[in-house]
Design a protein around this ligand. Structure first.
Ligand SMILES: Cc1ncc(COP(=O)(O)O)c(C=O)c1O
Length: 446
């Protein structure tokens, strides 16, 4: 009997399996189907774990998942069913989330520079919360959606290390925020809070402490001008992959301390965040088939004469125009190619490079690897491929994007969907933060 999430089949695993064993099982199925196409295995249990862990770590902060990071419909569905809120950046992102029955109050339209037609759509759909960082945006909102609940995005001033600096494009310098607050006051608009994004792939948690302090200053200026400031949005930037160099707990320690200092619980301010890669990076593993290989020889000299070293070029079934586009666009991307077949520690390794399937020379996934010799039709896999990968993949050269396979450990699945098989198409928006289940909100279909 199949289990479904929306219209996606979910494979329920009775026991906890390692990633290589899960991938090997699907590779065996590929062989049966005579398929050499890449596939992505999505562990939905990992997303449930991350979501619950967010509340263990940040009991005061509501997550609005930044769906730009990965808008896979099963991912959105399980997050929606868990009670998550959403950060949307466009009309179609808003439409996608609304169509799953998420109510508009669970959405923040967090794109400071919006198309007028999309603001109109947000107004029609009652998506009230939206960010802005400039005066022309205020004039547009005044014209199209004067009752919008505006959140002023600042660009915190600091030199902390981040891999993708969003401050070069968005956010007003906090020192100049007062001008925008005054402009909004003159237009009679409603500013409800302040937001920032320290940068994706933040390497130094202290960036959050500094940003929260700067947000507090702007918050107080807003209050002084008479705005009812009730919301602080601390954006994204949290690590998402297993084994991140700075742990999630290191971030939580700094963030919680800064919030307790500048936005103490007694004040009752709504605290929200827009985590993207945190929720999904570790849930996706891609498996690629070795479709071809070329061996180059390199002559080197040692004390005993000349040595000929083979340098192996592997061509695989997905590349930088597909799921590995993160190598071009996401400066925080880390791609670790792993052999799927059993490798003995004593096996000889060779200098290797891995290339995508298109005809473009830029389509190179990794170089200077030391890998044991592989043959055509064997498989590599790469973990932590959930963030900023499939969301921007193209089909350049007619190369298709990988098929997606969903799986979940039985214990986790039954905790979320206790009655075996559900059709959650209705607008169930249960709150699982205290360990509640969906028991009464999903309709059993078999
Ligand atoms: C406005 C906004 N919020 C949240 C995010 C998610 O950031 P991250 O994936 O680093 O958590 C982004 C990423 O670009 C963003 O632009």
């Amino acid at each position: 009997m199949n289990n479904y999430l929306g219209d996606q089949v979910v494979d329920i695993h009775q026991t906890d399996h390692s990633i290589p064993s899960v991938i090997s099982k699907y590779v065996d199925l590929c062989k049966l189907e005579d398929s050499d196409d890449s596939f992505i295995a999505c562990n939905l249990g990992d997303i449930v774990y991350k979501y619950n862990d967010w509340f263990r770590t940040f009991p005061r902060i509501k997550p609005f998942y930044a769906m730009k990071c990965n808008d896979d419909s099963a991912v959105l569905k399980i997050l929606a069913d868990l009670g998550a809120n959403f950060d949307c950046a466009s009309k179609s992102e808003i439409q996608k989330v609304l169509s799953m029955g998420v109510c508009p109050s669970r959405i923040i339209y967090a794109n400071p520079c919006k198309q007028s037609s999309m603001i109109r759509f947000a107004a029609k759909s009652n998506v009230e919360k939206m960010t802005f960082d400039n005066e022309s945006e205020l004039n547009k909102v005044k014209r199209i959606f004067p009752t919008a609940k505006l959140v002023l995005r600042i660009s915190p001033q600091s030199n902390f290390k981040v891999l993708c600096d969003l401050g070069i494009k968005f956010g007003v310098n906090p020192e100049k925020a007062i001008n925008l607050l005054r402009a909004a006051k003159n237009l009679g608009l409603d500013i409800i809070g302040v937001s920032f994004h320290v940068g994706s792939g933040c390497q130094e948690p202290e960036a959050f402490a500094s940003a929260i302090q700067q947000a507090r200053m702007v918050f107080d200026q807003g209050r002084d001008l008479g705005f009812n400031m009730t919301l602080l949005d601390i954006g994204g930037g949290f690590p998402g992959h297993a084994g991140a160099s700075v742990s999630f707990d290191a971030f939580s320690h700094v963030v919680n301390m800064a919030l307790d200092k500048y936005f103490p619980a007694e004040e009752g301010i709504d605290l929200i965040a827009e985590p993207g890669r945190y929720m999904v990076a570790s849930a996706f593993t891609i498996a690629v088939n070795i479709i071809s290989k070329r061996i180059e020889t390199r002559h080197q000299h040692d004390n005993n004469g000349e040595l000929i070293n083979p340098v192996v070029m592997y061509f695989v079934s997905d590349g930088v125009y597909g799921s590995f586009n993160c190598l071009l666009y996401d400066h925080a991307a880390e791609v670790k190619i792993k052999p799927l077949k059993y490798v003995d520690v004593n096996d000889m390794t060779f200098e290797s490079s891995v290339w995508g399937p298109t005809c473009d020379g830029i389509d190179c996934i990794a170089t200077h690897l030391q890998l044991p010799m592989h043959e055509v039709d064997e498989w590599f896999y790469v973990e932590n491929m959930g963030a900023y990968t499939i969301a921007a993949a193209s089909t350049f050269n007619g190369m298709q994007n990988p098929r997606r396979i969903y799986y979940c450990d039985e214990g986790i699945w039954l905790n979320v969907y206790p009655k075996t098989v559900y059709n959650c198409a209705q607008s169930g928006t249960p709150d699982l933060r205290q360990g509640h289940s969906l028991q009464n909100t999903c309709e059993k279909v078999c």
